[in-house]
Design a protein around this ligand. Structure first.
Ligand SMILES: [Fe+2]
Length: 452
């Protein structure tokens, strides 16, 4: 049985210890789904083999807490360096930050697990040591570094799960209990008018217990009126695009997206497959008739999202538009307000004490209490959503009128969090980024357009 992922604000060392123990238990539960023969597998070309993540999670923990702040002597500097490599889209262009080369051969599992266990032991000791160390590092204050390390653990649980979904079914260990799927149809999406006016973007560092640096500091911008759909695009809606053969018509694609589609020989979203009996959808542990999951959000690359939007005469929202739709002007933490998420608000990591993987997404528009300030649903959890802007780590971007992000980049912004994320990763200010040609199993989109 999975342990709860929802973090309480740690009031004492015992809470922190419990949070870390629960997070590690879930990590181990996810690793246990991988057949031993698959540790070296890389089902997604942009990611490392599974074995890397066994070492990466403790290496990051050690480097951030025991190394950078406590300055403890490492018991394995080689592993600290080897496993600290990131997964940035530009990590191999030399344009991001220093990182070690990929080794010819990754260390064996026994040595990697021994390293992991040593680091976990040290981290538990660090919970008390941090208060006493007298560090002036901002990450030492209020235990921020612990929150960052927990966040990192959750982030890579998501990495592992979307890698697992792209392994052949026979190479996964099927869990017990078996998945419980929900196959209801989606309600109709509405086009909602958002009036022009101020939008509050970003988080206040002084008020957040934790946030990645890319979501600070709070700013206000002016956003002209626009329309946005009340729901993300569903598999059923996207099927109409594929079934009508519009998916294969160049006029709906941007030139760079069309080139990518042809290079990849894409005929449908990554998780769809056509058999004699019709279209099927690859869920984590099952191949399901696509018709059954018509109400689930579609997972596509940015290129596919833009082509669909063009087909229906719409576009993707800018990041500022998306955030305005999700939080209005009042700085709310979640689209529905300040209440902590429950299963009535959103689909997220652990809405209950179920294992993390079974039913995954829910159909769009399922959560009646999750409505945002303008009447939209699913702006937190279920599926991350592509927005139009190139990613910039510096936020805000210095524009006060209708900001549209950088002119170019290597990654696009995604917002809102997905079904695998814990409760505190589905806030209105959380930002992540992804190579626009990637298609993962928790990233969808919704359409926007200018008002007529
Ligand atoms: Fe990482």
């Amino acid at each position: 049985m999975a342990l709860p992922l929802q973090r309480r604000v740690p009031s004492n060392i015992d809470d922190l210890r419990e949070n870390f123990t629960a997070a590690w238990a879930r990590t181990d539960e996810i690793f246990a789904l991988i057949s031993p023969s698959e540790w070296a597998a890389t089902p997604i070309v942009w990611r490392h083999p599974f074995i890397f993540y066994v070492g990466h999670l403790p290496a990051f923990s050690w480097n951030q807490i025991c190394g950078a702040i406590l300055q403890w002597k490492s018991f394995d500097p080689y592993f600290d360096d080897l496993f600290c490599r990131g997964i940035d889209p530009d990590v191999d262009t030399g344009e991001c930050h220093w990182h070690p080369d990929v080794p010819e051969e990754w260390p064996n599992m026994a040595d990697t697990l021994a390293y992991r266990d040593n680091v976990r032991g040290a981290l538990l000791e660090s919970l008390e040591a941090l208060d006493r160390c007298g560090s002036t590092d901002v990450m030492a204050r209020r235990g921020r570094v612990f929150q960052m390390v927990l966040e990192h653990e959750f982030m890579h649980q998501e990495t592992l799960l979307y890698m697992l979904q792209q392994l052949p079914l026979g190479k996964l260990r099927r869990p017990r209990p078996l998945p419980q799927y929900s196959f209801q149809r989606a309600p109709a999406s509405r086009s909602v008018l958002i009036p022009s006016g101020r939008a509050r973007l970003g988080a206040k560092f002084s008020e957040a217990l934790f946030g990645w640096d890319n979501e600070f500091e709070e700013m206000f911008v002016d956003v002209p009126s626009f329309r946005m759909d009340s729901l993300p695009v569903s598999n059923g809606q996207f099927f109409e695009f594929v079934d009508s053969e519009a998916y294969d018509q160049e006029r709906y694609w941007r030139p760079e997206d069309w080139r990518w589609k042809n290079l990849e020989r894409k005929k449908s979203p990554t998780l769809w497959t056509k058999r004699d009996a019709g279209w099927f959808y690859r869920a984590m542990f099952d191949l399901l008739p696509l018709e059954q999951v018509a109400g689930w959000p579609v997972y596509v690359s940015l290129a596919e999202a833009r082509a669909y939007a063009s087909w229906v005469g719409k576009r993707l929202p800018t990041e500022a538009e998306w955030e305005k739709a999700a939080r209005g002007e009042d700085g709310r933490k979640h689209p529905w307000g300040s209440d902590e998420p429950t299963s009535a608000h959103a689909r997220f990591g652990v809405s209950s004490r179920k294992p993390v993987y079974p039913d995954g997404v829910s159909r769009v528009g399922t959560h009646p209490k999750g409505m945002g300030p303008f009447g939209m649903y699913d702006l937190a959890g279920n599926a991350w959503e592509w927005v139009a802007d190139w990613y910039s780590a510096t936020f805000p971007r210095g524009e006060s009128q209708n900001p549209k992000g950088p002119d170019s980049g290597t990654a696009k912004v995604i917002r809102g969090g997905g079904w695998m994320d814990p409760a505190d990763r589905i806030t209105t200010t959380k930002r992540m980024y992804l190579n626009p040609n990637e298609s993962l199993q928790d990233i969808g989109f919704r359409c926007a357009r200018d008002p007529k």
